[in-house]
Design a protein around this ligand. Sequence first.
Ligand SMILES: CC(=O)N[C@H]1[C@@H](OP(=O)(O)OP(=O)(O)OC[C@H]2O[C@@H](n3ccc(=O)[nH]c3=O)[C@H](O)[C@@H]2O)O[C@H](CO)[C@@H](O)[C@@H]1O
Ligand SMILES: C=C(OP(=O)(O)O)C(=O)O
Length: 419
Amino acid sequence: MQKFVIVGGTRLTGTVRASGSKNATLPIMAACILNGGTSVIHEAPRLLDVSVMKDVLTYLGAKVTSEGNIITVDSSNIRPLEISEELMRRMRASNLVLGALLARFGKVKISHPGGCQIGSRPMNLHLKGLQALGATIQEKFGYITAEAEKLSGADIHLDLPSVGATENLMMAAVLAEGVTTIKNAAREPEIVDLQNFLNNMGARIKGGGTDTIKIEGVRPGHLKPAVHTVIPDRIEAGTHMVAAAITGGDVTVTNVIPEHLEPLLAKLREAGVDVEVGDDYVRVRGKGRVQAVDIKTMPYPGFPTDMQPQMMALLTLAEGTSVITETIFENRFKHVPELRRMGADIKVEGQSVIIKGVPRLSGACVEASDLRAGAALVLAALAAEDGTVLENVYHIDRGYEQMELKYRALGARIIRVNN
Ligand SMILES: CC(=O)N[C@H]1[C@@H](OP(=O)(O)OP(=O)(O)OC[C@H]2O[C@@H](n3ccc(=O)[nH]c3=O)[C@H](O)[C@@H]2O)O[C@H](CO)[C@@H](O)[C@@H]1O
Ligand SMILES: C=C(OP(=O)(O)O)C(=O)O
């Protein structure tokens, strides 16, 4: 078990490059299953979650190699083996192989991913959609089995715009006979990136980024391996932007698509943070205490739930009272007690928190309960007056490539130590 030791109070200054998107890389790696050839993914971030997806694909029989940020997946020898609880527990997003395995082999069995720290996270929409495409689903002894002699295009209306369900259904529908329409689809940029990768492979998909996605099924022989560069990680970039604001620093974040950051840019500006936007960079300058703002998390293009904990860290130091309402995950406030240990004044009321800004935070011994909760605690610690020990850094390593090195290069005093 590793921890971060952070001594706060330094303004972060300089330039930091955002890595490729975790949430785009994971479904794209799963999509490699479909083509039975060798695909190449550029700008894949070197993260724990990406390693787990490599392990899942390798277990299924793929040959996966990586060199720097390039991952090569040869899926010619993949078989639809049962995916155990052990692999599924390591990462929920392993469920993204469901649609592609079903489409290629007509059969898939995975351990049910179950709930996690941030909520119950059911799979019902993935499974209902696969049933609509003609699959028979069984849920027994903690495993999900999906089987289909043939998948046929269908009209699917998602009860809510689930990112994972949209991705799994896109991958399954690519090889279905006829046209599939996914309505109330998720509109996240990572869906568009998956669409682009699948279309490069020979799929026929339109509408990614809108709430209606149309997939015209193709024959398996039509799919070819593809070479793809994943989009920048908007959540990593957003975390660095908040790091600049919370430390009163001056940080330029490069390798960004500013449009993907709009909900965050709008909130930072509303809070009084100085933000300059270029073609592929953003520069954030903190100017003393931010103003309180209210935030409600929503599916894209609303404010992302994956930035909620980091913004909460910033708002603990605001002038005035802010309200954050979490509408996506029912249990995503695990960072609240930890922020309180650092001196924050936060009250939880159902799905909302009321944050009374305080002039300063102080260091403490705190624990990361999940990925973004961990990121929020790093940000709070960078702004705190003295030292913080942050346990369970492995959660942060799931989604950030060497976070401590990036922040040290900006002047932060942060080190990783083994327990
Ligand atoms: C690997 C990846 O891309 N993870 C992202 C993805 O997670 P993920 O794809 O798991 O998130 P979803 O969009 O599916 O979940 C959104 C909401 O829908 C619910 N739901 C989902 C599926 C289902 O079958 N039934 C159901 O009720 C979930 O419990 C949750 O309350 O989108 C989330 C929402 O932007 C992000 O926080 C995660 O970082
Ligand atoms: C919740 C997240 O990831 P996952 O869906 O993989 O748990 C996240 O990236 O913040």
